[in-house]
Design a protein around this ligand. Sequence first.
Ligand code: ATR
Length: 263
Amino acid sequence: MKKFFVIGNPIEHSLSPKLHNYWIKLNNLTAVYDKKKLNISELENFIKELEEKKIDGINVTVPFKNSVIPFLGKLSVEAQRTQSVNTIYLRDGTVIGHNTDIEGFELAIKHTNYDVVGKKVLILGAGGVSPSIIVALNNMSAKKIFISNRTQSKAENLKKTFNEIEIVKWGTIPDFDMIINATSLGLKNDENISLDYSKISPEKFFYDVIYNPSETNFLKSAKKNGNKIENGKKMFIYQAQASFKIWNNLEPQVDNKVMELLN
Ligand code: ATR
């Protein structure tokens, strides 16, 4: 029996077990995917279990995507660039850390039928997911990436790695085509990002990394103003698909049933 885990803290909310176990069953695999809440001091021993082949794969979520790195043997190019690991596996005796959030975001945008080529994109937030989004936007040939974060020093830190991004002050809105909420604002239903929507013309694309709630106030207001909107559900599904593919050597399908599973 193959064993997979998603680790994080908190972890109760994670929908990864639901999605992976659905695909496991659909493909008649002898495997189980569980969630595990860990403290930072427990990371090293848990990853050792993968090295000892007691575990077959690990997904990593908030807040450990960076803190697992010292315990890995090798990073993929994507994980190295973002310093963010969400997928761990063993290959020829080496524990490898990879990042499938980049691919998840790219596929999500592709399946939303939005063409990023030549677009100006404003990212709100400089937390854990932002480096993955920057790499994905660069891969998709965005023309310009602005970043705005409440704590400006964190945006400045990101710029050390991604010199091409332009920092804008929190609360300032530059001219953009696409805006991405990569903050945690909106996870609670009453949370709002203070944007002056009247100053934003209606043909923009509003993307929220959050998918639960399915429509944050950020997306609700944008929709009311006539903008195209999309939540983070497809990104979540496609990052999971990429992990599943690495561990099980087969590509699980993404269809309406999978989309409904996570409602
Ligand atoms: P971390 O900052 O530890 O990487 P995260 O969940 O990946 O955690 O990121 C949280 C993001 O949401 C950050 O960009 C954070 O901004 P700060 O760097 O200023 O903390 C942003 N965020 C969270 N609460 C916020 C709030 N009330 N107003 C504005 N931004 C907020």
